[in-house]
Design a protein around this ligand. Structure first.
Ligand SMILES: *Cc1c(COP(=O)(O)O)cnc(C)c1O
Length: 369
């Protein structure tokens, strides 16, 4: 018997969420962001669901090669560019597009021979101070790139620090856009700026290519609920009850005995722990669905198990279904309780969690209605 801990990946939700991203940015093309194993959803699985995107973007060169080998023919973009010269060979061999954000990367490109053009995106640092050339160095970098015969300037891009939070005035989207626009005036190629948060909240910055990630997986890039944008959860993490305990006032639960009952209670033990990717820092009260009924975590999360309050759910027994997040329980809510974000929870789902695919083709009118 397999352990019941399962991540259900809904391919129709992935497709639907991509359509939401595209509808937000009419006229723009879409890089569907599939880094980190498609935010934990499975790289090749996500690629199948994102067949309608104009390209896939990720940061792992080996993942990009795998996508090509699996038959993905459309553009693939390496968003951190090459990590060494060998990656440049892979870019050439597999026809990948690559970001360039350091002089070193320009050096590796110019040291290689290529029999076909390499599409390069120049990344600009417009204030986030992570990757990219400073705006005043952009012209020099472009000149250096244009001296390399096999380089084709596909475009330029930048990344927003606060697109999810219009109240953050330390570095606004408008200010980053302004810096970008000054540096890019008259530069050839296309433009790519928008992540999910910009796609949802700043549709004016869509430019030529959007780069949605988290929204494709049905979670929120910020504090606004994903459902408010019509996004559907693509991952449901579920498991089952494997034991029940009836406890009396004064009895404690789990490591550290951090939860102590004040009244008689029924505790359900669920086969899911931090070694499955459930956050160990989720406190007592973090929401969980038991038989579809909302209840809460009790005590500490263990490696292979967690304990929940089943007192109000008389039908609970061994084998009862439990939803940790996903359908009926937004991952963002669980993440907020655990002091993190949906992104981290999705990416942390462990290899030992079974994957089940769901693919409900929604065809309006096809159900006799
Ligand atoms: C991860 C990433 C994205 C997608 O960000 P989301 O917040 O998940 O939409 C876009 N652009 C770059 C450069 C990224 O690294």
């Amino acid at each position: 018997m397999p352990r019941p801990t399962t991540a259900v990946i809904d391919l129709s939700a992935l497709r639907h969420n991509l359509s939401v991203a595209r509808r937000q940015a009419p006229g723009a093309r879409s890089w569907a962001v599939v880094k980190a194993n498609a935010y934990g959803h499975g790289l090749l699985r996500a690629a199948r669901a994102f067949a309608e995107s104009d390209g896939l973007a990720l940061v792992e060169p080996e993942g990009a090669v795998l996508l090509r080998q699996s038959g993905w023919k459309k553009p693939i973009l390496l968003m951190e560019g090459c990590f060494d010269r060998a990656d440049v060979s892979a870019v050439i061999e597999h026809g990948l597009q690559t970001v360039v954000h350091t002089p070193e990367q320009i050096g590796w490109l110019s040291a290689m021979r290529a029999d076909k053009p390499v599409d390069v995106w120049l990344k600009l640092n417009t204030g986030m101070n992570r990757l990219g050339f400073r705006t005043e160095d952009a012209a020099g970098a472009i000149a250096n790139l244009q001296r390399i015969p096999h380089v084709r300037m596909a475009g330029t891009m930048t990344h927003f620090a606060n697109a999810d939070d219009p109240a953050n005035l330390r570095l606004s989207v408008a200010e980053q856009e302004r810096r970008y626009g000054m540096a890019m005036a008259g530069v050839p190629g296309e433009h790519s700026l928008a992540n999910s948060a910009a796609d949802l909240l700043h549709p004016g910055v869509a430019a030529d290519w959007i780069r949605p990630g988290i929204m494709l997986y049905g979670a929120s890039p910020g504090t606004m609920p994903a459902a408010a944008f019509g996004l559907r959860p693509a991952m449901t993490l579920k498991s089952e009850v494997i034991a029940l305990q009836r406890i009396a006032p004064g009895d404690a639960v789990g490591y550290g005995s951090t939860f102590v009952a004040e009244r008689p209670m029924t505790i359900a033990v669920v086969a899911c722990g931090y070694a499955d990717g459930y956050p160990r820092h989720a406190p007592t009260g973090t929401p969980v669905l038991l038989h579809g009924i909302r209840t809460g975590l009790l005590g500490r999360v263990s490696m292979d198990m967690l304990t929940i309050d089943a007192t109000g759910v008389p039908q609970a027994g061994v084998g009862s279904p439990v939803t940790l997040w996903g359908d009926g329980l937004p991952i963002d809510e669980v993440a907020a309780c655990a002091g993190t974000i949906g992104y981290e929870l999705m990416c942390a789902v462990a290899p030992r969690v079974h994957i089940q695919e769901r693919n409900e083709e929604y065809e309006p009118g096809a159900h006799g209605g």
